[in-house]
Design a protein around this ligand. Structure first.
Ligand SMILES: [Zn+2]
Length: 72
């Protein structure tokens, strides 16, 4: 039994200030509260934390979610 399991989603945005060139933001949610799949986690992060999933399948943290908007 795992008392405190967390699902984690990492931001896929490029970030040149990070050592590995990738944003290190992570969105997580304690499994005991709600999500049991990454799909569910994505929905929760989107609805409550401002995360975004792009059409090409990348996950973006709130800081990067707006970077990737198509030009209006
Ligand atoms: Zn990010």
């Amino acid at each position: 039994m795992t008392a405190d399991a967390y699902l984690v989603l990492r931001c896929d945005a490029d970030d040149e200030t990070e050592t590995d060139g990738r944003c290190c933001a992570e969105g997580s949610w304690p499994v005991r509260f709600e999500p049991h799949t990454h799909q569910h986690l994505r929905r929760l992060l989107k609805e409550r934390r401002g995360w975004r999933r792009t059409r090409d399948g990348r996950d973006l943290c709130p800081d990067h979610a707006s970077d990737d908007q198509p030009a209006a």
